[in-house]
Ligand binder design. Structure first.
Ligand code: ADP
Ligand code: MG
Length: 254
């Protein structure tokens, strides 16, 4: 496989808690990979390490041929990789539109060449156009002037996706995008993600909902206690012995 993202032998411990052990993973451009595993198996930590929010203790991460394991989150987003968070927290005083606009500034930085070449006004206009387009695509236009903190949990997840997309990423990592989301909104998230993938975006999605996984993902990677125990097609999950063990073991563990 020609890897777009390659994770090699990543390890991470918090105190004495070994959360990731020798995790290696390759993802090709265009894939939609579901990242599964019991609670506490290290899924969010793996996303945090890949996207530069948590430094790994060991291992390498390569994205589109660039070593990124020593870069911080701001630099990584500029290489074309963006993410959403499991529990998005929104500033209480900013409107939905303002949050989307602020994401653009955060991604590009004040001194970015993008600003130099186009000029600040032009850059702001482009960011506003893009924010408006993304808010429309993710069904947030009716609430664009409300405080972001007043959104429902599901709408906050949609706004998290808007913020990530403001960076024009080629790869998007989503941490439980449908958990706690109303079924109607869940369908909209599925549609939005499939449209992004059809337009060329590679996706990694931490997800528990098997229906979602079967419908959306081209491959599944399963973590158990910080180790990858399976990489298979969604329809092969139910008959995978190590996957069953991971979930049954987790249920049996105190
Ligand atoms: P998952 O997303 O699969 O539910 P996490 O990656 O969030 O799992 O957590 C895996 C383990 O790492 C848990 O035991 C959690 O308590 C621990 N952990 C995660 N982040 C931190 C942190 N910042 N400090 C200490 N422990 C952490
Ligand atoms: Mg998590």
């Amino acid at each position: 496989m020609n890897a777009f993202l390659e994770v090699r032998s990543v390890a991470k411990a918090f105190g004495g808690n070994q959360v990731l052990r020798d995790v290696s993973l390759q993802i090709a451009a265009g894939e939609i990979v579901g990242l599964l595993g019991p609670n506490g198996s290290g899924k969010s930590t793996l996303l945090n390490v890949i996207t530069g929010f948590t430094p790994a203790d060991a291992g390498e991460v390569e994205f589109d041929g660039t070593a990124i394991e020593r870069l911080d989150a701001h630099r990584i987003v500029r290489t074309g990789m963006a993410r959403t968070f499991q529990l998005p927290s929104m500033p209480s005083r900013m409107s939905v539109m303002e949050v989307a606009m602020a994401a653009s500034t955060a991604h590009h930085g004040v001194w970015d060449t993008w600003l130099f070449t186009r000029g600040a006004r032009q850059a702001e206009r482009e960011a506003r156009d893009r924010a408006e387009q993304l808010l429309a695509e993710l069904l947030l236009t009716p609430v664009r002037d409300l405080p972001a903190s007043a959104l429902s949990g599901g709408q906050k997840k949609l706004l998290g996706i808007v913020c990530a997309l403001m960076a024009r990423p080629r790869m998007l990592l989503l941490d439980e995008p449908t958990a706690g989301v109303h079924p109607n909104l869940r369908r909209d998230i599925v549609t939005a993600l499939q449209r992004l993938n059809a337009a060329g975006m590679t996706l990694v999605i931490v997800e528990h909902d098997m229906h979602f996984i079967r419908e959306v993902c081209t491959r599944c990677v399963v973590l158990d206690r910080g180790e990858i125990v399976a990489s298979c097609r969604p329809d092969a999950l139910a008959s995978n012995e190590r996957v069953l063990q991971a979930y049954l073991g987790a249920a049996a563990r105190p």
